[in-house]
Design a binder for this molecule. Structure first.
Ligand code: SAH
Length: 346
């Protein structure tokens, strides 16, 4: 998965812009500008609650085309000149193709790019990540008659393709598996995103030591559980993940409980996760949509309404996507997390 997505020459993200209707998949900021507007307002309120620091960095992990960041910045500009003057934008991106697009769309702003969080400046930080953690390589383990084994990928020479193979752990090398999956039946699959947890550690340390908050939005589950979620997508259709390596998108669902535990182990406060539906409704997506629709040209109205509907759909993105925030231990509860709404199918 790491090679398929990130190989410098052939990696999926290194060689293309995968987003949009004509690409392989579409993300919330590409569906509706209201997504970025509401996150922009969330940033303003969070900055105000932190005492309006005069120097702040706004960091985004995996910004794609830069659409979310533009929508956030345009919103902040409308609401608080003081905040826009106080902030500097830092983007974490590894794709040269997407970096170029971000550079283009954000040309009115001063931007600094980084490969990872380690090099961002030591200033109070607001960190945003939408559909970033799902794009990181996952590990898979399979319960066999002789216990847990790790799933690897091998070359099937006879058929000239790739196939999965389970490999037992060398003595004493078996990882410790979480209690939540202690009743795994033979054939069960457990996914663990060690790379994601590593990035979460850096993020949490940063929030603990000199941070304001981070906001993580992604598809996934609120509790650690068994089950395979590795998925491959090309042109909006599911594919076999072992075919067309480097040409198809590979992702897995985010285990929010694992990310929350990692963050809490570093002495931060975790808020949520809540569903995307509850988060955006609490922050007024429906009212905002009405205001925009009243001002929009006729042809735009159905698009606006449909965009918001998709983002909060009970049987779609609204339920599948979760939102989680991290603050320092003494941080205020960020907007949208005051009520623990999870499970309330309002
Ligand atoms: N957040 C965007 C794009 C999501 S796609 C949106 O919502 O539209 C995933 C993004 O993460 C892409 O920008 C991809 O290039 C970036 N990415 C993937 N792996 C990465 C890594 N290891 N480090 C930094 N960025 C990465």
């Amino acid at each position: 998965m790491q090679i398929a997505l990130s190989d410098p020459e052939y990696g999926y993200y290194q060689t293309r812009d995968p987003l949009g209707v004509h690409g392989d998949f579409i993300t919330s900021p590409e569906i509706s500008q209201i997504f970025g507007e509401i996150i922009g307002l969330w940033c303003v309120v969070t900055w105000q609650n932190a005492g309006r620091p005069g120097n702040i960095i706004l960091v985004e992990l995996g910004p794609g085309r830069g659409t979310l960041m533009v929508d956030i910045l345009e919103t902040i500009k409308k609401v608080s000149q003081e905040f826009i003057n106080a902030l500097k934008v830092h983007l974490i991106e590894t794709s040269p193709v997407l970096k170029k697009q971000q550079n283009e769309i954000l040309k009115d702003y001063e931007i600094t790019w980084h490969k990872d969080l380690e090099t961002i400046p030591w200033e109070p930080a607001l960190i945003i990540a939408n559909e970033f953690f799902d794009a990181l390589p996952t590990e898979q383990y399979v319960m066999t008659e002789s216990g847990w084994q790790q799933r690897h990928i091998t070359v099937d020479k006879k058929h000239n393709n790739l196939s999965f193979i389970n490999i037992p752990f060398a003595k004493q090398q078996s990882p410790i598996f979480p209690n939540q999956i202690s009743n795994a039946k033979i054939g069960s699959i457990f996914e663990r995103n060690a790379i994601g947890e590593g990035i979460m550690k850096s993020m949490a340390k940063r929030i603990r030591d000199n941070g304001i908050a981070s906001l993580i939005i992604d598809y996934g589950h609120t509790q650690t559980r068994l089950g395979e979620t590795l998925q491959a997508v090309k042109s909006h259709k599911y594919r076999n993940p072992l075919t067309d390596i480097g040409e198809i998108d590979l992702t897995s669902h985010v285990d929010f409980e694992a990310l929350a535990a990692t963050s809490e182990s570093l002495d931060t406060r975790v808020h949520g996760p809540t569903t995307q539906r509850d988060f955006f409704r609490t922050l007024g997506i429906e009212q905002r949509t009405k205001v925009l629709a009243a001002k929009a040209e006729g042809g735009q109205v159905p698009l606006l309404l449909e965009g918001s509907r998709r983002l909060i759909a009970k049987d779609g993105m609204g339920a599948l996507f979760k939102v989680m925030a991290i603050t320092p231990k003494k941080g205020k509860t960020p907007a949208g997390f005051e009520l623990n709404l999870l499970g309330n199918q309002s």
